[in-house]
Design a protein around this ligand. Structure first.
Ligand code: CMP
Length: 144
């Protein structure tokens, strides 16, 4: 069953996710109108390295495996997001992402992603922080 029943139900889901925590109810309400929800079965690819990507995914439930083009593997879980890189620079997906368990994902399209960033500096900061961490992590695994 999808967990996207009502405006207040949507805000309650969003405010538990690190990307959206601490935002006002008005902000959460606005964001919930930009986002849609999908369920993905275990084993399903959600993003494919080298393909065009115009969506950001936020994990509500379930786990995913990111496999980079150099073979690096990163596991993501509830509260994590992925797909931001292609939205930001317009380049193809940098890695493949596959659901390793059944997943519930929030999906934000290109236009909605940029609208969200235009409206919310806290979200811009959180995405920048995650990108910076991912870059450091990738550097570390390249050296190891
Ligand atoms: P994008 O390139 O749009 O699509 C694949 C996604 O995998 C990418 O955005 C990031 O969200 C994610 N990703 C790529 N590399 C890493 C990494 N080293 N650590 C965590 N996530 C990554």
């Amino acid at each position: 069953m999808l967990l996207w029943p009502s405006a207040s139900g949507r805000s309650a889901v969003l405010e538990k996710l690190p990307l959206f925590v601490g935002l006002s109810q008005a902000d959460l309400g606005r964001i919930s109108r930009l986002i849609r929800e999908v369920e993905v079965p275990a084993g399903r690819p959600v993003a494919a390295a080298g393909e065009a990507g115009r969506e950001l995914f936020v994990i509500v439930d379930g786990r995913a495996l990111v496999t980079t083009r150099r073979g690096g593997r990163v596991r993501l879980g509830p509260g994590d997001f992925f797909g931001e890189m292609s939205l930001i620079d317009g380049e193809p997906r940098s890695a493949s992402v596959e659901a390793t368990t059944p997943m519930r994902l929030l999906v934000l399209g290109y236009r909605e992603f940029w609208q969200l960033l235009d409206e919310s500096l806290p979200i811009v900061r959180r995405i920048m922080r995650t990108l910076s961490r991912r870059l450091r992590q990738a550097e570390k695994s390249a050296v190891a």
